[in-house]
Write a protein that binds this ligand. Structure first.
Ligand SMILES: [Zn+2]
Length: 62
């Protein structure tokens, strides 16, 4: 499964349906999240980590 597909699964498991993808960036609630591989090794870890991108969509236009 691709990293993107795992991220999508993670978001849906969290009960969030209001999201979209901009290429490999997850866009959720007006924020952009970079999808990264997580290697923390926690048993419940799904191997994907969402890092909040500092450049929010709204700020680009300011
Ligand atoms: Zn992890």
């Amino acid at each position: 499964m691709s990293l993107k597909a795992r991220a999508q699964e993670k978001v849906e498991r969290a009960g969030i349906s209001n999201y979209s993808f901009d290429q490999d960036v997850l866009v959720m609630c007006g924020h952009r999240y970079t999808i990264e591989v997580c290697e923390c090794g926690e048993p419940e870890c799904d191997g994907v980590r969402l890092r909040k991108n500092a450049t929010a969509i709204g700020r680009v236009l300011q």
